[in-house]
Design a protein around this ligand. Structure first.
Ligand code: ZN
Length: 230
């Protein structure tokens, strides 16, 4: 009887370890998958967010900044997707622009994934797919499905209450990892605050006339054809 119990315990442990190994391999593949980008011939330079906030160097949020400079004087626009990585239309729209844009006047800055870290995990317990695929004439293109907030692997621990800087408004704990709640950011804050700080510096330094932050209705939250005002 005692021996049987021991065998059951060992077997349970082995089964749990097998499941952990399968899940671990999936998590690892999802986090380290690199999404290929083929920018349009209008591309003149690829910068990094760490060019605007050096502490982001080597982190998950050191996103590429694609610069399309027409060489003709004009305005400067900044378009970014992936504030919320569980809103796939946003990074897909930014990718579509980066791959097809033809700039005739002024400059355009594009970031495909503003919060790249959030794209390296999915919502815990909600059975999001890890990847989604878009059919093209040259085969399936694979994209990462992400979460609303920065991956806890890159930003931990959360505070009990997130005190927004500089307004001091009190927000929910996980909003310190929500890129839509950390503007204008600060250079000595958590990684999400430093990411918005980098983009604020980009807007200031590059004299951006118009910035567009792409969003869409997330799953189970149908804000379609809706205007959300302050
Ligand atoms: Zn959003």
């Amino acid at each position: 009887m005692k021996n049987n119990l021991k065998i059951i315990k060992i077997l349970s442990l082995v089964i749990a370890l097998v499941f952990a190994a399968i899940a671990g391999r999936d998590f690892y593949e999802h986090r380290h998958f690199m999404e290929p980008v083929v920018p349009s011939p209008s591309l003149t330079e690829v910068k990094k967010l760490s060019d605007y906030e050096p502490s982001l160097k080597g982190t998950a949020n050191d996103s590429n900044v694609y610069v399309f400079d027409s060489g003709v004087p004009g305005g400067t626009a900044f378009l970014f997707g992936g504030t919320h990585a569980e809103e796939p239309a946003t990074n897909l729209t930014a990718a579509l622009v980066a791959e097809n844009v033809k700039v005739e006047q002024g400059r355009l800055f594009v970031i495909l994934r503003a919060n790249r870290s959030a794209s390296t995990c999915t919502r815990m317990g909600e059975a999001y797919p890890a990847f989604y695929h878009v059919k093209t004439s040259w085969g399936d293109k694979r994209f990462r499905m992400g979460d609303r907030c920065t991956n806890p692997l890159d930003s931990w621990p959360d505070p009990e209450v997130y005190l927004h800087y500089p307004s001091r408004q009190m927000l929910a704990y996980m909003d310190i990892r929500n890129l839509n709640r950390t503007w204008p950011g600060r250079p000595n804050g958590a990684i999400t605050e430093r990411t918005t700080w980098a983009m604020t510096q980009l807007i200031r330094r590059e004299k951006v006339d118009m910035a567009v932050d792409l969003h869409e209705a997330e799953l189970e939250y149908p804000v379609e054809n809706t205007i959300v005002t302050h």
